[in-house]
Design a binder for this molecule. Structure first.
Ligand code: PEP
Length: 255
């Protein structure tokens, strides 16, 4: 069974509720023009999750949240729990995005707890991993990504791994216009899949969806998706404009 490709739009801190709803409604209209093997996920701000879910109700597209807290409830002002994300109707949640890891001091153990909370609530986590430029220049990219995986999945089961999507997002490629070379992305996806195979076995590794993220746009999406190793794309800046995001989704050719 080929892995259905997952094309996700991470809007970061952009778009009001009304802008998110208008986009979701237009997306819904455009869905029949997209390849059938393409799963679409919109990832707006927390406030726009529920309105986007309602705008897409019954359509073959899903909504995710950008973050969550690992505790179920409590005195954590400003935070949102996994159950709240689920209650809003989200199906996916980003975990360990590099802007959280590097801008908000999210450590590997924190990411591991968030991954556990997401799985516990029945959400599909998109676990983001990736090295910085200096780590790549020092030849440490495999070491860094394997460490991120080892900590995130340290206390997780094979079933947990089966329920997780991994996004390889080299930090130096995010929002910079510098996309990873296709060969480098594919090499890292193979490293990730091998790690998952050794830890959780072949069937889980074969079913695992690994997205690439980092300055994806309509011009480079097809080259990235030409490899069977690339099971989808996590798109930031280029997803803010619907025509651009649709251009990326149309690059999915796997049937
Ligand atoms: C992201 O936010 O996950 C991302 C990959 O951003 P961009 O596409 O803008 O590099």
């Amino acid at each position: 069974m080929p892995r259905a490709r997952l094309i996700a739009a991470n809007w970061k801190m952009h778009k009001s509720i009304s802008e998110a709803v208008a986009y979701a409604q237009e997306m819904r209209t455009a869905l029949p023009t997209l390849p059938a093997s393409c799963d679409i996920v919109l990832i707006p701000s927390f406030f726009a999750v529920r309105p986007a879910v309602e705008a897409l109700a019954g359509a073959r597209a899903w909504v995710g949240a950008q973050d969550l807290h690992w505790e179920a409830s409590g005195a954590f002002t400003g935070e949102v729990s996994a159950a709240m994300v689920k209650d809003a109707g989200a199906m996916y949640v980003l975990v360990g995005h590099s802007e959280r890891r590097h801008g908000f001091a999210e450590t590997d153990p924190i990411v591991a707890k968030k991954l556990g909370a997401a799985l516990g609530a029945g959400l599909t986590p998109i676990l983001c991993v990736g090295e910085t430029l200096s780590e790549r220049e020092s030849g440490l990219e495999d070491h860094v990504v394997e460490r991120q995986l080892a900590v995130a999945f340290g206390d997780k089961s094979a079933e947990d791994a089966r329920s997780t999507v991994i996004a390889y997002e080299p930090v130096w490629a995010i929002g910079t216009g510098h996309t990873a070379k296709v060969s480098d992305a594919v090499t890292m996806h193979r490293t990730i899949r091998k790690w998952v195979q050794e830890r959780f076995g072949s069937p889980i590794a074969k079913a695992l969806r690994i997205q690439y993220g980092g300055s994806v746009n309509p011009s480079n999406a097809a080259d990235l998706l030409a490899s069977d190793e690339v099971d989808g794309l996590l798109v930031g800046g280029a997803s803010l404009d619907l025509a651009s995001f649709l251009g990326i989704a149309r690059a999915v050719v796997r049937s």
